[in-house]
Design a binder for this molecule. Structure first.
Ligand code: ZN
Length: 188
């Protein structure tokens, strides 16, 4: 796991350098309905990173209040931990090696004590926005055969209406915006 995160840092750095070299913004602001996907092939390793407002994946962004919220988190976690149902990389024979799904921003409990602030702090809408991140590392037998991908994420999470994809594959790079009608990416 340690190696995995070191690898992620390295690939993330490569990605940031590549993106800034193009003059593109590395991350979009938090907008409900929109999400970001990064796809990077480095040698035979394929890294996929999803960053989305929690609203798109859970339907809420507050800390967990009750068992319904908890059930929603578990349901979303099951989907995000099964990337074979979210992404199809055709031709390259890629096998999932590691995955990391980060709900920490949702699971973190509020630090101040609500009980002592009755009167003015009972507005349920005062929470800040929260993101969920998911990272996947694949090993590909035939990395040079990766020419396209199909992204089924928007079928599983219909609250994502626009998915901005940035990719770096075989020293080429590009961007795509996927939606409910268009879920294919061609890497060229
Ligand atoms: Zn939000």
């Amino acid at each position: 796991m340690q190696q995995f995160f070191q690898h992620l840092q390295k690939v993330a750095l490569i990605f940031i350098i590549s993106v800034s070299a193009l003059g593109r913004e590395p991350l979009s602001p938090h907008i409900h309905g929109k999400a970001e996907l990064h796809i990077i092939m480095d040698g035979s390793q394929l890294l996929v990173e999803l960053n989305s407002p929690a609203m798109n994946l859970l339907g809420f962004e507050h800390a967990i209040h009750n068992s319904e919220d908890q059930a929603m988190v578990e349901n979303t976690r099951v989907h995000l931990e099964n990337p074979n149902a979210l992404f199809i990389f055709s031709g390259a024979k890629c096998q999932l090696k590691e995955r990391s799904v980060d709900f920490s921003k949702i699971l973190k409990t509020n630090e101040h004590k609500h009980h002592e602030t009755h009167g003015q702090d009972n507005d349920p809408h005062t929470h800040s926005h929260k993101d969920i991140e998911a990272t996947y590392l694949y090993l590909c037998e035939k990395p040079n055969s990766l020419h396209s991908a199909r992204v089924l994420l928007l079928d599983i999470f219909p609250n994502i209406t626009s998915l901005h994809v940035q990719w770096i594959i075989h020293n080429q790079q590009g961007t795509n915006t996927l939606n409910h009608k268009h879920n294919d990416i061609t890497f060229r």
